[in-house]
Design a binder for this molecule. Structure first.
Ligand SMILES: Nc1nc2c(ncn2[C@@H]2O[C@H](COP(=O)(O)OP(=O)(O)OP(=O)(O)O)[C@@H](O)[C@H]2O)c(=O)[nH]1
Ligand SMILES: [Zn+2]
Ligand SMILES: [Zn+2]
Ligand SMILES: [Zn+2]
Length: 254
């Protein structure tokens, strides 16, 4: 457990360039220790950015469109991927990197769909970083036996804060906020919204059971990021899946 931020990282992550935590804002509350943490984190973020640029180059050379999916735990990332695979199988070659703190349960779910998947277990870290993604990508490549990929989905560790700070070399960043989480999440977690190109409001089949203001969440999200695309999707009923698939195909071919 990291005793600076308490987020569950061990400090030895700094040896392998993993950041103990996204940077605390300089000029915020805190003193000398906080500024030292900021300095260490800035260099770790720089290492992450360098590796992210390398990943993007790999993906571009191989003609792969890489998508980083970020959300709180349980917002429906893996379920959306399962349904997306059902919709695109046979047409588009998909590979998946599954980020989790522990277990390979999500990668198993994806493999059951007949799609190659590599589990990236962070062993405590609350986000993926580009160095781990680089390793995972090469191990996924080995399992493909020469088959090429069109889309690489990277499901990040369930966390709406820390993953937003780490570029993985993706071409598209998608944030999910599910209806049960509440419409106030964009304003409370602005970094995720500001760095994404698409917000998926997930589990829309549950909207009747919650005091969820669809107009407000959209207005707040757009106030933070005016060019953000927003889709409403239910993986359970299939509502909004066509729009999501159209969006993906459009981005893939552009
Ligand atoms: N009602 C409803 N439930 C959903 C929907 N999508 C996912 N779920 C349920 O939400 C729970 C979590 O779904 P997952 O897809 O595992 O969520 P996740 O974001 O991958 O979770 P982590 O990887 O643990 O962060 C499961 O019980 C799903 O069946 C949806 O559209 N509607
Ligand atoms: Zn953290
Ligand atoms: Zn998942
Ligand atoms: Zn490489």
């Amino acid at each position: 457990m990291c005793d600076v931020c308490g987020c569950g990282h061990s400090h030895d992550h700094s040896h392998d360039t993993k950041s103990p935590h996204p940077p605390f804002e300089k000029g915020g509350r805190g003193g000398i220790l906080q500024n030292k943490v900021v300095d260490v984190n800035q260099s770790l973020l720089k290492a992450n950015e360098d590796a992210a640029a390398g990943n993007r180059k790999h993906f571009d050379e191989d003609g792969i469109f890489a998508i980083n999916i970020i959300s709180s735990p349980g917002s429906g990332k893996t379920t959306l991927l399962e349904k997306t695979i059902d919709a695109l199988k046979g047409e588009i070659n998909i590979g998946v990197l599954e980020g989790d703190i522990e277990t390979d349960l999500d990668a198993e779910r994806i493999r059951k769909k007949g799609v190659p998947a590599v589990q990236l277990t962070t062993g405590g870290a609350c986000h993926l970083d580009s160095i781990l993604v680089h390793k995972g990508f090469h191990s996924l490549e080995h399992s493909l036996n020469g088959k090429r990929l069109d889309i690489l989905f990277i499901e990040n560790v369930g966390n709406l804060v820390c993953p937003s700070f780490f570029d993985l070399g993706e071409h598209l960043r998608v944030v999910l906020i599910s209806v049960p989480e509440g419409h106030d999440k964009p304003l409370k977690y602005p970094k995720a919204i500001k760095t994404a190109q698409l917000l998926i409001i997930s589990k829309t089949d549950l909207v009747q059971y919650f005091d969820f203001d669809m107009q407000k969440i959209k207005k707040d999200a757009l106030s933070l990021n005016p060019s953000l695309n927003i889709l409403e999707v239910s993986s359970k009923t299939g509502e909004g899946m066509d729009e999501w698939i159209k969006f993906l195909i459009h981005r893939l071919h552009r």
